[in-house]
Design a protein around this ligand. Structure first.
Ligand SMILES: *[C@@H]1O[C@H](CO)[C@@H](O)[C@H](O)[C@H]1NC(C)=O
Ligand SMILES: *[C@@H]1O[C@H](CO)[C@@H](O)[C@H](O)[C@H]1NC(C)=O
Ligand SMILES: *[C@@H]1O[C@H](CO)[C@@H](O)[C@H](O)[C@H]1NC(C)=O
Ligand SMILES: *[C@@H]1O[C@H](CO)[C@@H](O)[C@H](O)[C@H]1NC(C)=O
Ligand SMILES: *[C@@H]1O[C@H](CO)[C@@H](O)[C@H](O)[C@H]1NC(C)=O
Ligand SMILES: *[C@@H]1O[C@H](CO)[C@@H](O)[C@H](O)[C@H]1NC(C)=O
Ligand SMILES: *[C@@H]1O[C@H](CO)[C@@H](O)[C@H](O)[C@H]1NC(C)=O
Ligand SMILES: *[C@@H]1O[C@H](CO)[C@@H](O)[C@H](O)[C@H]1NC(C)=O
Ligand SMILES: *[C@@H]1O[C@H](CO)[C@@H](O)[C@H](O)[C@H]1NC(C)=O
Length: 887
């Protein structure tokens, strides 16, 4: 069998009763009549369906109401005769409450009906949260259109947005949401857009609620080569798909009994992926010697078979993975087997097209915080609708966000509410924007004190409170290095250093080390001017002219924290100054201690001090440093400068603030345990750094000491490899190294290298394999108390059990896609192969990890359960007690 299919054989049971109960109460149905005039009763009962429709007014904060022209009225049900249109704002959104993780049918109806007398149907886009769903073109669809999707919301709130894309005004007539059964219409990834939903009948009526408990809409379908058949008996429809009973009482067979029954369609796009659902029930009386048995083929490949439909009882055959048709031409054929005396039959079918909605929404906490702030200050901004950060071109005014890749929820990094007429105190909800980097509340009427919590937001480095009426003192927590605080014009505020008297003069005071005030003024002025422009890409900090020659330092707002220094050689006294006399030791590497330092006002660096004895000579040191200064890759910690004054040797690196991977895996020191998806991303990034060393730079380099403590993480959890390249002029010393000849850390060390002393890229691949095993299992690399002391031996023995759950880090709580886990595990084991020739290259590793990540992300985004790897390609589901027939 080519495709994995499922079959649902029906049984009457509790499930069916549950659904009937749900249907009667229309549980969870949302029926919005968009643009229902305020003077009409809401909710009201729609006659043909009996559904209660309500006005949409409380679910959206913008838009105007309209009504289609009288000559169109008769063609539509009442909910579609009125509409809401959106002359203002580019994006207007409905906010609906749903159950996260549950599949929902979302249907929107659009009828232009020349409501504005302009006789021009609009064209615009629909979004679900941050993802574009579909383009609506009412110029082409003059008779209106409905769009339907089966989608699993990842949050309990669902935003359906209309986005203006041209000159015309978006509109919507009705919005209908129905929660679906848990175990129906699941996909490997993506949501399902309705392509076709038909029941086979020669009648011309279509079916929906109450015939269909989920209010799916079924149109009738028949072809000339078919003969319709029907029954007056009741057909049982109880499985998780539950098509309407009445849809199952009719069916068709090919008129020529030996011909196949064929259903064909053409994909708009040859790559389109489809999911098929076919519903069968025997509705004819069969003689004792009659058999109806057929195979189901798609484009001449067997999908499922043979099938014998059960008498008056539903059988559903459905896809478990997507189907792609050659050249976009799909042909579903039912062909009777040679022992069948009767032609094939079909009662109903559904075809859905997969659409990917991969973009993660902005993290919920940030959205909640910014909405609380909006409410606190009574702000009403037309463009504060939908996702705050995504899509980028519709980002809310006054915000900036960090957007990495679409699997990472964006975070809000800037909040600019300057000149917004704010009154009251500084909103407490600001503290929930935990990744905020810049806050501008200037030129409002804010009163009260500067809250302590601003200092607790570690990332918050620029705070502009000027032009308000704040009082009290500046909290101690804000008087730390790197924080730029400006508060001129707050005449009642007491500046630091003058504990009694409120400030009289207008001064901008960045709370930084006491450098020449003229320089500070320049710095602040530049910052101020840049921030007054709408979107500062970077903030340029100009160094005080009195000390070192000018250096251009781009500040940490650019996604790449690139410290570009014209001058890279520092004097020892500069090193002392930047580290504040080596005050803060942040680590101890293979070569010596590492201190935190600050260059200029706020640029953080890590200064690695080398003992003179560890170098083999100045010339080699200099050559090597020159080489390293030229290595630039986003996943490598960059060397930004050095000092080589007399005995004093130091290397100055970019500072990577979020600790190393080992700390995060262990959860020690207040570090978080990273999720599986993030681990894969970190692994892929670290692999790219290594790949760059191996093939991207000239001459190629071998890292020689790949390990989890050498993978550093920045504030966005981006991986940066540290400690590379110091190989030739430095015998690697320090706590953990085997000898001065063989470099590396026990456990990570390539056994072949150990025996032959021949070093190559494949030695790094081995060490990377060990890192990957650590990330997967979170086991120590060497544990003498464990039966199998080395991690490869341990994993090897656990692999025999075949249970991935026993191997995976228990701290992940099973929250991973087992396919991506297996794949990563296999990759790790091949990297850690004792024979170097059998190990993959880093390029191969990068490709594999990226694919794991895609697989994991699609699972994560859609929150869909995955079949485990061991599940058969074709599976049958039985509601209970049914014994599978051998096929
Ligand atoms: C719109 O409906 C009318 C009347 O049913 C029909 O004649 C016309 O072809 C339809 N137009 C389109 C574009 O479907
Ligand atoms: C469906 O799933 C939801 C959430 O996962 C759960 O709360 C609910 O009980 C499930 N319902 C059924 C019928 O399984
Ligand atoms: C539909 O088919 C049935 C036979 O199955 C026939 O009795 C009926 O007249 C047909 N109706 C139409 C509208 O063709
Ligand atoms: C019926 O179908 C079979 C198989 O497709 C074909 O060989 C035969 O010619 C058809 N008979 C008629 C009368 O069309
Ligand atoms: C099945 O049995 C009926 C009589 O019961 C007979 O008329 C018919 O020809 C038989 N059909 C086949 C295919 O044997
Ligand atoms: C049915 O068809 C299969 C091949 O499709 C063939 O092997 C088998 O002999 C046929 N059986 C009969 C009874 O004709
Ligand atoms: C802010 O306060 C000033 C003086 O009290 C007042 O003139 C101004 O109207 C206030 N602005 C707002 C937006 O409340
Ligand atoms: C911050 O968020 C937490 C939960 O995420 C919430 O309970 C709290 O009320 C929020 N604080 C403010 C001031 O909005
Ligand atoms: C700050 O001003 C508010 C009124 O705006 C007052 O209640 C509060 O006591 C003042 N705080 C200090 C420290 O002066």
């Amino acid at each position: 069998m080519e495709t994995s299919l499922g079959i649902l054989l029906p049984l009457i049971g509790t499930l069916a009763i549950l659904h009937i109960v749900q249907a009667q109460s229309q549980q969870g149905f949302i029926n919005l009549d968009c643009g229902l005039p305020a003077n009409e009763p809401s909710p009201y009962r729609e006659e043909s369906t009996g559904l209660q429709f309500s006005s949409d007014a409380t679910f959206i904060k913008s838009g105007k109401t309209g009504m289609i022209q009288a000559n169109w009225m008769d063609d539509f049900l009442k909910p579609s005769t009125t509409l809401r249109y959106f002359p203002e704002g580019r994006r207007n959104c409905y906010n609906l409450k749903v159950e996260k993780g549950r599949n929902h049918l979302i249907r929107a109806r659009f009828v232009y009906g020349n409501y504005d007398g302009l006789d021009t149907g609009p064209k615009f886009d629909m979004y679900i949260g941050p993802n574009r769903w579909i383009t609506i073109d009412l110029e082409r669809r003059v008779n209106g259109t409905r769009e339907e999707i089966l989608h699993i919301p990842t949050l309990n709130s669902l935003q359906i947005c209309l986005v203006k894309t041209g000159m015309t005004t978006p509109l919507i007539s009705a919005l209908e949401i129905r929660p679906m059964a848990n175990d129906s219409y699941s996909t490997k990834s993506g949501s399902l857009e309705l392509f076709s939903r038909r029941y086979i009948s020669n009648s011309s009526s279509s079916l929906r609620f109450p015939d269909d408990v989920y209010d799916r809409q079924w149109s009738s379908y028949i072809r000339s080569a078919w003969t319709p058949i029907s029954t007056t008996s009741v057909v049982s429809n109880s499985n998780s798909y539950e098509p309407p009973k009445v849809a199952l009482t009719t069916a068709a067979v090919p008129t020529n009994v030996s011909a196949p029954l064929t259903i064909e369609w053409t994909a708009e796009n040859p790559d389109d992926q489809f999911y098929l659902y076919e519903h069968f029930a025997e509705i004819q009386d069969l003689q004792a010697n009659d058999t109806r048995e057929f195979n189901i083929l798609l484009n001449e490949k067997l999908l499922y078979g043979p099938l014998i439909p059960s008498k008056l009882v539903l059988t559903t055959i459905f896809s478990r993975s997507p189907i792609i048709c050659d050249g976009g031409e799909c042909s579903l054929q039912l062909i009777r087997t040679n022992r069948s005396t009767l032609p094939p039959l079909i009662n109903a079918f559904e075809v859905y097209r997969v659409i990917q909605l991969p973009q993660s929404a902005t993290i919920e906490e940030d959205v909640a915080a910014v909405k609380t702030i909006e409410a606190t200050y009574g702000l009403s901004r037309i463009n504060w609708q939908g996702d705050p950060c995504i899509p980028q071109q519709l980002m809310w005014d006054g915000l900036n966000c960090s957007i990495t890749d679409n699997s990472m929820p964006p975070r809000i990094t800037t909040l600019n509410l300057s000149s917004s007429g704010l009154t009251g105190t500084i909103a407490a909800a600001i503290q929930n924007l935990t990744q905020l980097e810049k806050l501008d509340l200037s030129h409002n009427n804010l009163t009260g004190e500067v809250p302590e919590f601003l200092g607790n937001i570690k990332s918050l480095l620029v705070i502009i409170l000027s032009g308000n009426d704040l009082n009290g003192t500046i909290p101690q927590s804000l008087q730390r290095k790197g924080v730029q605080l400006s508060y001129e014009g707050n005449t009642r505020l007491i500046p630091p250093g003058s504990p009694t008297k409120p400030q009289k003069t207008k001064v901008l005071v960045p709370i930084v080390a006491s450098v020449a005030s003229a320089a500070i003024l320049i710095v602040v002025l530049v910052i101020f001017l840049v921030f007054r422009k709408k979107k500062p890409p970077t903030v340029q900090v100009v160094h005080p002219p009195s000390s070192r020659p000018a250096m251009n330092v781009t500040y940490a707002y650019s996604p790449e924290p690139s410290i570009e220094m014209k001058k890279r050689r520092f004097t020892y006294s500069e090193v002392i100054k930047m580290t504040n006399n080596f005050q803060r030791v942040v680590g101890e590497g293979g070569f010596g201690v590492v201190c935190h330092g600050t260059v200029n006002v706020s640029e953080q660096v890590a200064v690695k001090l080398l003992s003179q004895s560890s170098t083999q000579g100045y010339k080699e040191f200099k050559a090597e440093v020159d080489l390293l200064l030229r290595v630039h890759h986003t996943n490598l910690v960059s060397l930004v400068g050095y000092c080589d004054e007399g005995d004093h040797l130091a290397l100055i690196y970019e500072f990577v603030p979020n600790g190393d991977l080992r700390q995060h895996l262990s959860g020690k020191g207040g570090k978080s345990i990273v999720s599986w998806g993030t681990r894969l991303r970190i692994a892929a990034e670290a692999a790219q750094g290594l790949e760059y060393l191996h093939i991207g730079c000239t001459p190629p380099m071998v890292h020689r000491d790949v390990k989890t403590t050498n993978i550093l993480l920045d504030q966005h959890y981006k991986a940066k490899l540290a400690d590379f390249g110091l190989s030739r002029s430095f015998p690697v010393g320090g706590e953990s190294h085997v000898s001065t000849v063989i470099a590396g850390t026990p456990g990570y060390l390539d056994p072949e290298y150990y025996h032959t002393s021949r070093l190559g890229e494949k030695s790094d691949v081995y060490s990377f394999g060990i890192v990957l095993l650590e990330m997967i299992t979170n086991q120590p690399v060497i544990d003498r108390n464990r039966g199998k002391s080395h991690i490869t031996q341990w994993v090897g023995s656990e692999l025999n059990g075949g249970d991935i759950a026993k191997i995976m880090d228990p701290k992940l709580n099973g929250d991973y896609d087992s396919r991506s886990a297996w794949r990563a595990l296999e990759l790790a084991m091949s990297c850690a192969d004792p024979t170097s020739a059998k190990r993959p290259t880093m390029s191969h590793v990068v490709v594999e990890l990226k694919e794991c990540l895609v697989s994991e992300n699609s699972k994560r985004n859609m929150s869909r359960g995955m079949d485990s790897l061991s599940s058969p390609e074709v599976s049958m589901i039985f509601d209970s007690g049914m014994i599978p027939r051998a096929r």
